[in-house]
Design a binder for this molecule. Structure first.
Ligand SMILES: [Mg+2]
Length: 272
């Protein structure tokens, strides 16, 4: 089924969620991807700065009783925490391999084995991709991103071929996937953003079954859309109508509008 536009003319989808929110007597978990979801994608990852007003909004959401709000990103933990800088939020970084909040610090057990291997591979890439213009190698310790948004003079297929050939030696323990103008090199295990969400909920040790809201724009968010329970409120950002999310928003601006409405509903719930 195609995702439905969340702000349809008669606000049917939104009203359904609002009724649920106003009567909610269990925890709510709000998961937000970062790039392309709460901030528009930029040429360089460091240019995707979160506006102060969005920070205030996220902080306000996270302070409602029984509300847990956090970011689920492919960025490294250090990077995503530096971009958001809110201690009231939780963070799932590196495509799910790391979880952090004021009370929780967790990383996937595979991390110990994979770090030295990735270090070797990174050095190797730094040499072999040096001559290719517009490639940015991002060291995320547990994963490795090769950004090519500014690639010029070399076809993407050639770049991919070089990367694959260098990875051959490590193919038993590493895999490659594509994102938006980026190749991601990750441990070859069955782990993703979706699985990390369940891990996080387990770590928070909530007693009642939570209502989940998940918003994301990337291919890696599809794992979460696929794995989350039916009643979860999944929202895809963009124009890919084959997304497994239930709902769709066009742009990060609409995500912010949605979060404002969500915040307002939680205020009303508190006052009831
Ligand atoms: Mg994204």
């Amino acid at each position: 089924m195609k995702p439905k536009y969340l702000f349809d003319k008669r606000y049917i989808a939104w009203n359904t969620l609002q009724i649920k929110l106003l009567n909610l007597n269990r925890p709510i978990f709000i998961f937000l991807d970062y790039d392309g979801t709460i901030v528009p994608i930029q040429e360089k990852p460091k240019q995707a700065i979160l506006p102060e007003s969005t920070k205030l909004l996220l902080d306000s959401l996270a302070h409602h009783p029984n509300a847990y709000v956090g970011i689920v990103s492919g960025r490294s933990m250090k990077d995503i925490r530096r971009m958001v800088k809110l201690t009231s939020l939780f963070y799932i970084a590196n495509h799910g391999y790391e979880i952090y909040s004021r009370k929780i610090k967790w990383s996937h057990p595979i991390v110990t084995d994979i770090v030295p291997i990735l270090k070797k591979l990174r050095t190797n890439f730094e040499k072999s991709l040096k001559a290719i213009h517009g490639v940015l190698i991002e060291n995320k310790i547990i994963t490795l991103s090769i950004h090519y948004r500014q690639l010029s003079g070399t076809p993407v297929s050639t770049l991919k071929k070089i990367i694959k050939s260098k990875m051959q030696e490590y193919s038993r323990c590493l895999k490659i996937s594509s994102g938006k103008k980026v190749f991601e090199i990750k441990p070859r295990i069955n782990w993703n953003k979706g699985k990390a969400i369940f891990k996080l909920i387990e770590l928070f040790n909530v007693t009642a079954k939570p209502l989940i809201v998940y918003i994301g724009d990337d291919r890696t968010d599809e794992d979460a859309f696929r794995l989350l329970p039916k009643e979860a409120f999944t929202i895809y950002v963009g124009s890919n109508f084959s997304s497994k999310a239930k709902y769709l928003l066009n742009h990060p601006n609409e995500v912010i509008l949605f979060l404002k409405k969500l915040n307002h509903s939680l205020v009303l719930r508190k006052e009831m």
